[in-house]
Design a protein around this ligand. Structure first.
Ligand SMILES: [Zn+2]
Length: 299
């Protein structure tokens, strides 16, 4: 049996919110079996599950919540939890967004590893994709289809010398999330960052927490962490957004030029028809049949 996993003990950190520029406290707690991932706005005393039907905005990041209790930029933390195979956790956030940290999920991976991960007694549940589900808007398209294990392929193609026709595929049963994906930072173009800050957004954004590109190069002094870091960040985001399906996915994702908006539409389309998927417990025989079967490696 592959067991459900949670944190060994609670752990906290603080950082600034990308959009508000405010200091935010984050606390991760263990949770019981079958709890899933939940968030609480600790300043408002409101709790809600990290599920696709709680998504309220997908324009610059993924935001989930109820009424006035919203939490933005959940995707990097959710990506770290999914990437490390954590099924159950309760997360308290003291303000309207998860701290941006360094713009990647590596600080969250480190935090979770410091808390420790422990196996629980019930088997891990996964969502197995049974039929191809796709969404398309203009040149943006993404799809989930049946496959053994869990894979994400992503193609970026921007009118920028560093971002033309870049495709990266990651098979999470063979490649380690921590090493291959978690260090990839979010990115933006200089003119976009300037426009956002004029509009009172991305106030916490800086070269400390994002790759910033001008018309032909990377502005960050240290350069890139991976040669194709921007595409890898798209995969990091995708993993976080897909986790809002509520279970690790057994299947393959292919995306081109998509972001949080299309990821959310895809998960919503997947869950809209029960014929598209099956929730199943991962038993030992299933594991033998398909390697790590949608359970990202712990690295
Ligand atoms: Zn991101």
């Amino acid at each position: 049996m592959i067991a459900q996993r949670t944190l060994d003990h609670s752990i906290r950190c603080s950082g600034i919110g990308l959009h508000s520029g405010r200091k935010i406290e984050l606390v991760l707690h263990p949770a019981e079996e079958d709890h899933g991932i939940t968030f609480a706005r600790s300043d408002l005393g409101v709790t809600f599950p990290a599920l696709a039907d709680r998504v309220t905005d997908t324009r610059l990041c993924t935001t989930i919540g109820v009424d006035e209790a919203q939490i933005s930029t959940v995707e990097h933390l959710l990506s770290a939890l999914a990437g490390l195979g954590v099924d159950n956790a309760h997360i308290e956030v003291s303000g309207p967004e998860v701290p941006i940290m360094d713009g990647s999920s590596a600080p969250f991976v480190f935090l979770i590893q410091c808390a420790g991960i422990r196996n629980q007694s019930k088997p891990k549940k996964v969502l197995r994709v049974l039929k191809r589900v796709a969404v398309e808007e203009g040149e943006k398209r993404c799809a989930l289809y049946p496959a053994a294990g869990f894979k994400i392929s992503y193609t970026l193609d921007y009118d920028h010398p560093l971002l033309r026709q870049r495709k990266v595929s990651v098979d999470f049963s063979r490649q380690a999330y921590t090493r291959e994906i978690s260090r990839a930072r979010t990115f933006g173009f200089l003119h976009e960052v300037e426009a956002l800050q004029k509009a009172g957004l991305a106030l916490g954004g800086s070269l400390e927490n994002a790759i910033v590109l001008d018309s032909h190069r990377v502005m960050n002094e240290g350069g890139l962490r991976y040669e194709d870091e921007c595409v890898r960040h798209k995969i990091l985001d995708t993993l976080g957004d897909l986790s809002l399906a509520g279970y690790p996915i057994v299947g393959a994702f292919e995306g081109e030029l998509t972001g949080h908006d299309m990821n959310h539409k895809l998960v919503t389309a997947l869950l809209a028809d029960p014929a598209n998927y099956r929730i199943e417990a991962l038993q030992a025989d299933t594991r033998a049949a398909e390697s790590l079967a949608g359970v990202p490696q712990q690295a």
